[in-house]
Design a protein around this ligand. Structure first.
Ligand code: SAH
Length: 354
């Protein structure tokens, strides 16, 4: 893709207006373009725009959507996993999960990841590049067009660390909520982070009522630093302090992800410590109402990492210990078990093949 050209699908409607005016075209064209582009129609295929205008647009700008390189559909629960190819040949994954309350898509934010979490498939080859806003949005549009069903919720839990691609992710979050676009509001969006404290503080000031998910995975610095290198820069207490401030500023609840790894972080003692650490950092006073919710996920074994998932009994005991200590805990239901639906694994397979 010619990098000198403007990426039309990444523009806000107001920026598209400026662009259209700069071409000497009437302002109303921007809305026509925006609405149709966000439905998946390329400017070249629009029937209400003339040839001369199309040519002018094409000289200065481009429109591109990811293409479906592979698609797997779970026979068990209808979960759909896409391997999308971007315009430079790189691939990312998205997963569409079907719930009673609507369809949720899990999107990627980077090609690869540089956070280095020891259990994660997405980070094995490092980060190749950030996705542009249009490339994150394109995953939602393509999945909705391909499944033919409305996507009502988004989780940013695919490949990449969304807060490590801050500006593009914020732009995506604003674009996907546009009334003339996908119209998926902040309250239907969750963003998951491994804990970039400076960016969590910045996000708190954006006035975006999304749900924040924190990948905690351990409550003591020694274990967390071992499995999540980011903890060496921002430790557990600084992360939880950022969470406390985030809640105080936004009033939005935060959920914590905790991946259970056999004999690493899944003992009853680990659960007790987790409850104690969360309670004392987030609810220092008895009257504090910080809603704490922990999502327990038995680790998905990735060939290269050598970690094993906790057994059913340890998971249940862990959850009960948290509940006994005033922390709501749920065990994440596994969807798409037959299609290897957890993130990073399909892209990894494809890389090994070629
Ligand atoms: N970078 C972001 C979002 C991507 S990962 C983050 O760290 O939150 C989405 C979630 O899946 C994170 O909680 C991550 O820690 C978890 N995860 C990654 N690999 C996993 C695996 N093999 N098994 C279970 N959960 C995993």
């Amino acid at each position: 893709m010619d990098s000198q050209k403007i990426d039309l699908l990444s523009l806000y409607e107001s920026e598209l207006e400026e662009f259209i005016i700069s071409l000497g075209e009437p302002k109303y064209r921007a809305k026509q373009l925006f609405t149709q582009m966000h439905r998946g129609i390329a400017p070249a295929d629009m029937t209400n725009i003339g040839k001369a205008t199309k040519q002018k647009i094409d000289e200065r700008a481009y429109y591109s959507l990811p293409s479906i390189r592979r698609k797997l559909v779970s026979a068990i629960d209808g979960t759909v996993k896409y391997l999308f190819e971007l315009c430079d040949g790189n691939c990312v994954e998205s997963v569409v999960m079907k719930y009673k309350h609507g369809n949720t898509i899990c999107v990627s934010s980077q090609v690869g990841c540089r956070m280095g979490c020891a259990f994660c498939a997405s980070t094995i080859g490092g980060k190749l590049r950030d996705l542009r806003a249009s490339e994150i949005l394109g995953q939602v549009m393509m999945a909705q067009n391909d499944t033919g069903e409305r996507i009502s919720n988004i989780v940013m839990m695919g490949i990449g660390e969304p807060l490590d691609n801050y500006d593009n992710v914020i732009r995506f979050l604003r674009l996907v909520g546009c009334e003339n676009g996908m119209n998926i509001g902040y309250r239907h969006i969750s963003l998951s982070t491994c804990g970039l404290v400076d960016k969590i503080e910045k996000l708190a000031k954006e006035d975006m009522p999304i749900t924040l998910s924190i990948s905690l995975h351990a409550s003591d610095d020694e274990t967390r630093s071992e499995i999540m290198p980011v903890n060496r820069k921002w430790n557990v207490s600084s992360l939880l302090e950022a969470c406390r401030k985030y809640y105080a500023t936004t009033g939005r609840r935060i959920s914590f992800e905790y991946t259970l790894i056999a004999s690493k972080n899944d003992s009853v003692a680990s659960a007790e410590r987790l409850a104690k650490v969360l309670n004392s950092a987030l609810r220092p006073k008895k009257s504090d109402s910080f809603p704490i919710h922990v999502n327990l996920i038995p680790v998905n074994p990735v060939e290269e990492t050598g970690f094993a998932a906790s057994g059913k009994q340890s998971v249940a005991k862990f959850a009960k210990t948290l509940e006994d200590n005033g922390i709501r805990a749920t065990v994440r239901r596994t969807l798409g078990a037959d299609i290897n639906a957890s993130c990073g694994q399909l892209r990894r397979e494809e890389e090994k093949r070629s």
